[in-house]
Design a protein around this ligand. Structure first.
Ligand code: 5GP
Length: 221
């Protein structure tokens, strides 16, 4: 596996400072009939592999929360902006791990494109409830793929007069390396495969899984 600095990183090691863990296809634990982590959640036979388990997600989220808190020493709490629906699980665990007060805001956007890739043309379905002028904003993202959605969101929030905008993304795919959108805090660099679970869906299914997995091919072919 090669990270965004062009270095080869063995699986499970940290890139991007000490924060980002590189997860490769070799880290995926294949699902078998005897061991199917989707089964207790009603998804027996629908997953191909487990990519990031619940304990690993929790430990990473604590680490991300501590890193963000260490950088935010203002008296005024930051405004966490969660993009519905994929980042909901991440937001709720992140904010509970954050050792400082934070305010929560939600946005829902729809991105024109195919089911599995975005075009960067975005429509707001639900807007923020409050003015963010002069506020420090932290965007909470589930996954950065092409980075088009995030790039649009950043510009949009910037135009409303936020005093600073940082991004925390749980997952990043290799395509994101090509975009110029800066993501300060990244949990995991993952392979270029379609992932589900922990908020991420395929046709609204699998968001409720407490881990990140790979969908079995027969589910989308
Ligand atoms: P981008 O604009 O960065 O290409 O796409 C970002 C959005 O696409 C994410 O917020 C997520 O909703 C969706 N997305 C990208 N990759 C995946 C994936 O592997 N699985 C799922 N379920 N959604 C994804």
């Amino acid at each position: 596996m090669t990270n965004d600095h062009g270095q080869t990183t063995p699986s499970g090691t940290l890139a991007n400072g000490d924060l980002t863990t590189v997860v490769t296809s070799a880290d995926a634990i294949p699902v078998t009939a005897e061991s199917d982590p989707g089964a207790p959640h009603g998804y027996a036979g629908e997953l191909k592999a487990m990519l990031i388990d619940t304990e690993t997600l929790s430990a990473k989220i604590r680490q991300l929360a501590e890193a963000v808190a260490a950088d935010h020493t203002d008296d005024k709490p930051p405004v966490l902006v969660c993009v519905l629906k994929g980042a909901v699980m991440f937001l709720t665990d992140f904010v509970r791990a954050l050792p400082m007060p934070a305010e929560l805001e939600f946005m829902a956007v729809s991105s024109y494109g195919s089911a599995t890739s975005s075009s960067g043309v975005v429509r707001i379905l639900k807007d923020l409830d409050r003015d963010i002028t002069g506020r420090r904003v932290i965007i909470i993202e589930d996954i950065v793929d092409s980075g088009l959605t995030l790039s649009w969101l950043r510009k949009n929030l910037d135009s409303r007069g936020a005093s600073s905008i940082d991004v925390v993304a749980l997952l990043r795919k290799p395509a994101a390396v090509k975009t110029d959108v800066h993501v300060k805090y990244i949990g995991f660099d993952i392979p270029s495969e379609f992932v589900v679970g922990y908020g991420l869906d395929y046709a609204e299914r699998y968001r409720d899984l407490p881990f990140v997995g790979l969908l079995a091919e027969h589910m989308y072919r």
